[in-house]
Design a protein around this ligand. Structure first.
Ligand SMILES: [Zn+2]
Ligand SMILES: [Zn+2]
Length: 119
C-alpha cells in the first residue's frame, strides 16, 4: 500500500496533459463540421433529394424494415407485372400504404405527379 502515494505524484503531471487533450478535442470537432459541409457540397443528386425529402426517406426506411420483418410482402408492378418493383408512397405519413411499381412506372408516376403539381 506504500506505492499508493507514489502513483499520486505523476497524477498531478497529468493535469497539464488533460488540458492538451481538451484542445485536441475541440480541433477534431471543427474538422468533422468541415467534413459534413464538404460532403453536402459534393453530394450526388440522390443524396440532395434525401436531404430535401426527409419524410420520403423515413417512409422508405420504414417500408424496408417492414419487408425485412415480413410485415409486408413485395408485389409485382401494378402497371406491367414486373417482379422487381418498388413501393410508391401516395402519402408519406402512411409508410405501409404503397403501390408497387417497377423502376420505369415508378419514375413515370413521379413525373405525372410533378406535372399535376405544376398545373
Ligand atoms: Zn411496370
Ligand atoms: Zn414513389
Amino acid at each position: 500500500m506504500s506505492a499508493a502515494p507514489e502513483t499520486r505524484k505523476p497524477a498531478s503531471g497529468k493535469e497539464t496533459g488533460s488540458q492538451e487533450n481538451g484542445k485536441a478535442g475541440s480541433t477534431s470537432t471543427s474538422d468533422i463540421n468541415q467534413n459534413t459541409v464538404n460532403l453536402q457540397a459534393r453530394c450526388s443528386p440522390a443524396t440532395k433529394w434525401k436531404l430535401a425529402h426527409p419524410k420520403a426517406v423515413w417512409a422508405q426506411a420504414a417500408l424496408r424494415s417492414a419487408l425485412k420483418r415480413g410485415l409486408i410482402s413485395q408485389e409485382p408492378c401494378a402497371e406491367c407485372g414486373a417482379l422487381d418493383a418498388d413501393g410508391h408512397h401516395d402519402d408519406y405519413d402512411k409508410p405501409m400504404q404503397v403501390r408497387w411499381l417497377c423502376r420505369l412506372h415508378h419514375r413515370r408516376e413521379h413525373l405525372r405527379l410533378k406535372c399535376e403539381a405544376a398545373e
